[in-house]
Design a protein around this ligand. Sequence first.
Ligand SMILES: [Zn+2]
Length: 265
Amino acid sequence: MICYPVETLPRPDLPAYRALRDDLELVTTLIVPPRDARCWTIPAGHFCRIVSHEGPQVGDLNLFNTHNLDERLFTGKTRALNGTHVGPGDQLFSNFPYLRPMATITHDTLDWYGFDEFGGAVHDVIGTRCDPYTHNLLSDGGQYHHCCHSNLTRALAQHCDMTPEQAERHVHDVLNVFMCTGFTRDTGQYFMKASPVRPGDYLEFFAEFELLGCLSTCPGGDCSTGHSSDAAACYPLVVEVMKPTRMPSGWTAPQVNGYDRCHGI
Ligand SMILES: [Zn+2]
């Protein structure tokens, strides 16, 4: 059976969010250079788009509560509630003890892709992020400094005026924007294939409260052949933040989780 039946999960009123999309004011544009990362804030109730630019490129996204970096994207429970890949109407949840929607996905130009014949799909919440530790483990001591984990660490350190050691502790498992992934049917291994993303494609979400975003342009480029090296062709990604004229009708800001935290003690 389904581990977490979602019939009782409060669902966003997607048409109410989407009704605001015709009248959005662009307030921030940010370019994330190849093999690097950038941070930006998204005010509560604003929309954010991650846009493909110049060529096919995968992005690794971290999300935080701007005012409390301890609250951050929890891909494990987001996956348990939404499935392995996310799309319009899915919500991205924060970690314990907060466990509430951080963002609602409102549009995806790659929604047409669905699941392919190999079980591959785009925008996964399964792949953690490429990182120099796993690379070191698998490459007999190799040192590479532009994995998504390091890119996110550098960007967060710079944005929050932290040391790299402080910033690294906040970096967490990502939403793999535009990445095409799945599990092999015979061995259950995590696989990737060339992303179908093309310039102009975008993933759009609504910030349920004020968010700090941090996005890395993966050194794997479209992730068709590899990552954790400078071999792949890489392109910038563009981040746009847009302000609607009002909030979605019937919308209320999500409160932190109502569990009383007694744990039976
Ligand atoms: Zn990466």
